[in-house]
Ligand binder design. Structure first.
Ligand SMILES: Nc1ncnc2c1ncn2[C@@H]1O[C@H](COP(=O)(O)OP(=O)(O)OP(=O)(O)O)[C@@H](O)[C@H]1O
Ligand SMILES: O=P(O)(O)OC[C@H]1O[C@H](OP(=O)(O)OP(=O)(O)O)[C@H](O)[C@@H]1O
Ligand SMILES: [Mg+2]
Length: 285
């Protein structure tokens, strides 16, 4: 059995569960507070805090795990990054109150106190810049620290920016960009690596499918050249004969969901009929 460490709660847990489900690795038999569950295949999920996952995986207690790239970097342990899961996108930023006089990161003075749940990354960031700050480690709600007078500025995660705004803080610079990652124990044996390769491909195929749609339409044979322009697909559209279709042939293609509205209208303009758009579950190149 390969153990995969997954977040037991918080921001990432639901999306991780959905991703594994979509890849056919359903969390089975997990009671409300159970700490482990079978994922099917050779995988067993262990549910722990997102912060603890880098340590669990680096120590080999789990062969792989899913957690934020920010937490992986903060842990500073050697881990192999297998896949960017694209959700949990956020940035670790330096932020300051207007009264602090810090408008740009260059304005941060030696001796200033920086509150953060990411003390190592914060220390390393300012050290690299040659700015001697005092890091005030906190385990949550760093945004409140300047108001309590325990720090001058903060280093915290942001995505929409609303928490910073609510706390009267302005973003000054970016320390790290983050999203959820699949990471692995660097010394896994050959069998474990093979299984993790398969897992990486399965999860990757779900992610690749998410931004794409499968489109089918009947189009006049005479407009095929123009249809090719509209429907590049992965390797150009598949063209299929339609029984008793007269001048019409069927075209099939994988298209980006962002452009689907335009594509459908363009096909209609070329005489397309019976247009059908469906979701794709998995897509392997
Ligand atoms: N605002 C956000 N937008 C997108 N992703 C975020 C955001 N905040 C955090 N994340 C990501 O989610 C990860 C886990 O955050 P989460 O809030 O679940 O944990 P936590 O609150 O630090 O842990 P706990 O709830 O156990 O105290 C972060 O390390 C980061 O990668
Ligand atoms: O830019 P925003 O969209 O406002 O997101 C930023 C907030 O999100 C995270 O907290 P979370 O909501 O996970 O709560 P937590 O402090 O309990 O971890 C992070 O610590 C920020 O406080
Ligand atoms: Mg949080």
């Amino acid at each position: 059995m390969l153990k995969i460490a997954l977040p037991n709660k918080g921001r990432l847990s639901e999306e991780v569960r959905e991703l594994f489900n979509d890849a056919g690795l359903e969390v089975r038999g997990r009671g409300e507070r159970a700490l482990t569950a079978s994922l099917g295949g050779e995988f067993e999920a262990i549910f722990v805090r997102a912060q603890d996952i880098p340590e669990f995986v680096a120590d080999g207690a789990a062969q792989a795990g899913v957690t934020g790239w920010d937490l992986v970097n903060e842990a500073g342990r050697e881990l192999e990054s297998l896949l960017d899961l694209e959700f949990g996108r956020c940035r670790l930023v330096v932020a300051a109150r207007d009264e602090s006089g810090v408008v740009r990161v260059e304005d941060v003075k030696d001796g200033m106190r920086v509150a953060s749940c990411f003390p190592r990354l914060t220390q390393a960031y300012f050290q690299k810049r040659g700015q001697r700050v005092t890091v005030v480690p906190v385990s949550g709600a760093a945004e409140i620290a300047p108001h309590l007078g325990i720090a001058d500025i903060v280093v915290d995660l942001t995505s929409t920016g609303s928490t910073l705004k609510m706390n009267g803080l302005r973003e000054v610079s970016t320390v790290l960009e983050s999203s959820a990652r699949l990471v692995a124990y660097p010394s896994n044996g050959a069998d474990a690596r093979r299984s993790l390769d398969e897992l990486t491909q399965a999860l990757g195929s779900v992610l690749a499918a998410r931004g794409r749609r499968y489109l089918m339409a009947n189009v006049p044979r005479s407009s095929l050249e123009q249809v090719r322009e509209v429907l590049p697909g992965l390797n150009g559209p598949t063209v299929v004969d339609v029984m008793d279709g007269g001048n019409f042939v069927a075209v099939h293609a994988v298209v980006s969901s962002r452009t689907i509205y335009r594509t459908v209208n363009a096909l209609k303009a070329l005489g397309g009929q019976g247009i059908l758009v469906t979701r794709i579950e998995r897509l392997m190149a």
